[in-house]
Design a protein around this ligand. Structure first.
Ligand code: 3HC
Length: 301
C-alpha cells in the first residue's frame, strides 16, 4: 500500500549503487539490508579502516548466517558478499544514486557529512539520513541541493522491523521522495510519510513510554514491577531490554531532543543521563533469562 501523500511513483529514479556513511550498529545493518534486497553494489565508509572492516565483516557474517539457515544459496551468498565493499574515502560514492548516513547523532557532524558528499556525488543522487530525532530540514540547509535530502528512519533490528519513517523536509522534492519510497518498497519495508518534526512519530511514542517506565523506576518502583506491568500490553520486549538494544546514548539523545522541543511534555531520566555520562554499558542489567535487575554498580554513579 502506498503511503498517504506519496508523490507520483513515475518520478522515482533508478538506484544501481548505494552508499552507506558509517559502519556502526545501524549503518552495518543498513548495508546488509540494502545488499540483500537491492542486490546492487553497496559501499560503506567510516573514519578509519578498522571500523570499515568491522562493518564489512558484520555483513559477511550475517550473510553466512542466512546461508546456514538456507535462506540464500551458496552462489547468492558469495554474490552478496562481493557486492559489499568498504573504504575510508568518500570519493567512492561518485557513482552512487542513493547514499544514506547513519553517523553520530550530532547535527554539525551530519551537516559536515552531507556537505562533503555534495562535492563527490552527482546532483541527482539522493542523500538520506537515518537520524532518530534531528531536523532533516536543518541538516539540508546550506547545501547546494537541499531538495535531494530525505529522512529514511529505520528501527532496530533493521532486518526484522518492517517500518521506515520517510521524512519530507521543507525542501525535499517529489523525485527524491518517490525514489526513497521506491527503495523502501524494494527493501520490503512499510514506509510511512512523516512531517519533519522532533523525533518524527515513533520515537516520540517510544520515548514517552520509556520515559514513564524509567521515571517509575527512578522514583523507586522495583524494576520487575515496572517491567512486568507492561507485559499485558503485548509489547514484544521489556522496555529495559529495548533500552539496551537501542543503546542508552541514542535513547538519551532522542529524549534530550524532545525535551528541548517540548520541555513540559518530555522529561529525561537523571539515572539515564548519569549512566551515559559514566559510559556504563547499562544502568539496568539482565540475568540469564533476560530479566532486568538493578546493577549494584550504578549506586556508585
Ligand atoms: N538483529 C538481527 N536479527 C535479529 C535480532 C537482532 N538484534 N534480534 C532478533 N533477530 C531476528 C532473529 O534472528 C530471528 O530471525 P529468523 O526468524 O530469521 O531466525 C527473528 O529476529 C526473531 O527472533 P527471536 O525469535 O529470537 O526473537 P523475538 O521473536 O523475541 O523477536 C525482536 C526479537 C524482533 C527484537 C522483538 O523482540 C522486537 O520486535 N522488539 C522490539 C524492538 C523495537 O521496538 N525496536 C525499535 C527500537 S527504536 C529504534 O530503533 C529507533 C531509533 O531511532 C532509536
Amino acid at each position: 500500500k502506498r503511503p498517504a501523500g506519496a508523490p507520483n511513483k513515475a518520478l522515482a529514479r533508478q538506484v544501481t549503487t548505494v552508499g552507506v556513511v558509517g559502519a556502526g550498529l545501524m549503518a552495518s545493518q543498513l548495508a546488509l539490508l540494502f545488499v540483500r534486497r537491492l542486490e546492487v553494489p553497496v559501499v560503506l565508509t567510516d573514519l578509519d579502516a578498522e571500523r570499515v572492516e568491522r562493518g564489512v565483516q558484520y555483513v559477511h557474517g550475517e550473510v553466512d548466517k542466512l546461508l546456514s539457515k538456507g535462506r540464500v544459496s551458496p552462489d547468492a551468498a558469495n554474490r552478496l558478499k562481493a557486492l559489499v565493499t568498504g573504504s575510508t574515502d568518500k570519493s567512492v560514492f561518485a557513482d552512487a544514486d542513493f547514499v544514506i548516513e547513519a553517523v553520530f547523532e550530532e547535527m554539525k557532524v551530519k551537516q559536515q557529512v552531507f556537505s562533503e558528499l555534495e562535492t563527490v556525488v552527482s546532483a541527482e543522487c539522493v542523500l538520506a539520513t537515518n537520524t532518530s530525532a534531528l531536523s532533516v530540514t536543518e541538516m539540508a540547509a546550506g547545501l547546494r541541493h537541499p531538495e535531494r535530502v530525505v529522512g529514511f528512519h529505520f528501527f532496530n533490528p533493521v532486518a526484522v522491523l518492517p517500518l521506515v519513517e520517510v521524512v519530507r523536509a521543507e525542501r525535499t522534492d517529489d523525485a527524491t521522495l518517490a525514489t526513497a519510497l521506491a527503495v523502501g518498497k524494494t527493501l520490503k519495508k512499510s514506509c510511512v510519510l512523516v512531517k519533519d518534526a522532533p523525533a518524527f512519530v515513533v520515537n516520540r511514542v517510544l520515548t514517552r513510554l520509556m520515559g514513564e517506565v524509567t521515571a517509575a523506576a527512578d522514583a523507586g518502583t522495583p524494576l520487575d514491577v515496572a517491567d512486568n506491568a507492561l507485559a499485558p500490553l503485548g509489547l514484544p520486549m521489556s522496555p529495559f531490554v529495548l533500552l539496551q538494544l537501542v543503546g542508552p546514548a541514542v535513547a538519551l539523545h532522542v529524549a534530550d531532543t524532545l525535551h528541548d522541543a517540548f520541555p513540559a511534555r518530555f522529561g529525561v531520566s537523571e539515572n539515564l543521563r548519569r549512566l551515559v555520562a559514566a559510559g556504563k554499558p547499562g544502568i539496568w542489567s539482565w540475568d540469564q533469562q533476560g530479566k532486568p535487575y538493578l546493577d549494584d554498580d550504578t549506586a556508585a554513579l
